[in-house]
Design a protein around this ligand. Sequence first.
Ligand code: HEC
Ligand code: HEC
Ligand code: HEC
Ligand code: HEC
Ligand code: HEC
Length: 190
Amino acid sequence: MKMTRPVSLGFVGLAVTAALLFFERSLTARQSPASSATATKSMVPDNPSEHPAPPQPIPYSHKKHLALGLECKTCHTNPEPGKLMTFPDTGKCMQCHVTVAKEKPTIQKLASYAKSKQAVPWVRVYTVLPGVTWSHRPHLQAGVDCETCHGQVRDMEQMSEVTSVTTMYVCLNCHDTNHAKTACDTCHKS
Ligand code: HEC
Ligand code: HEC
Ligand code: HEC
Ligand code: HEC
Ligand code: HEC
């Protein structure tokens, strides 16, 4: 037993809270049989905290670009080992912007990153606590949509943290409902 006393108490407390949450949820689930699509969606509630969009080095708009018919995977791939979705190479942006809006100051800034082969230093929006085991891959394989966890990206002029997907309650709640693993060591290495 390596844990100090206060930490182990904290763990017990959390385990109890988690157990209570499961109980409450399974009751709710039994009372309201929703379609599975709606059910999965409701597993990730909106972010109740203030969540202003962080200022980005270049004012990229998902709304504007997705209206052109681009798909998420054009820019967000899921390379091995599958944890990250990654950000697109500036070269990908320049496929259009060598010509499109090239006189605009924002695109000139983009072109200068591309010319010096630098990645655009995008400010991160969603982050799980370091040390928590997280990977996109099993979620994509289980058929969970991007929008379930990241909201209506197509309508976003600026990206902000619109959902509570990075909180433990939300991870656990969705795992419980979808019969995914809920043991502590699924997400925490002891
Ligand atoms: C043309 C390229 C492009 C396409 C297509 C695109 N994105 Fe993005 N995405 C970006 C760029 C650039 C950023 C970083 C700037 C920002 O946060 O707005 C980003 C950021 C994000 C982030 C924030 C990640 C973080 O934690 O910082 C999410 C979530 C996201 N995109 C989801 C999506 C989804 C879902 C789709 C499809 C519906 C999509 N994107 C389509 C280029 C793209
Ligand atoms: C498929 C072509 C295409 C790709 C790929 C693309 N864009 Fe665009 N982008 C456009 C079009 C079209 C517009 C709208 C131009 C206009 O309004 O005059 C635009 C507009 C913009 C603007 C607004 C320019 C302004 O100041 O009005 C920015 C900034 C921008 N794109 C950044 C990016 C970034 C960053 C990437 C890569 C992550 C990217 N674009 C990838 C086609 C593209
Ligand atoms: C089950 C929920 C879930 C799903 C489904 C999901 N994401 Fe994420 N996404 C997250 C979480 C949580 C983070 C923060 C992870 C971190 O801190 O590394 C994140 C981070 C990101 C990031 C930034 C960091 C990175 O991974 O490179 C991008 C971009 C992103 N997601 C895009 C997408 C796109 C596109 C899809 C659909 C193909 C998608 N996500 C599906 C939960 C999800
Ligand atoms: C919208 C539902 C949903 C949300 C939200 C969600 N997950 Fe999952 N998660 C799943 C499903 C479904 C699987 C796949 C289960 C399977 O294949 O048996 C999974 C699998 C995993 C796995 C792989 C487990 C294994 O070893 O098989 C990890 C790790 C994981 N999730 C961590 C997280 C973390 C951390 C969060 C919160 C930041 C999170 N998940 C949020 C639904 C979700
Ligand atoms: C499906 C993934 C998942 C499972 C299962 C899970 N957690 Fe977590 N846990 C998280 C995430 C994500 C965070 C970070 C939350 C945040 O940043 O708000 C977290 C945070 C914590 C923290 C706070 C850590 C810190 O350093 O502040 C404790 C303590 C904790 N979890 C204990 C537990 C216990 C005990 C269990 C088993 C009953 C458990 N967790 C099961 C995902 C999970």
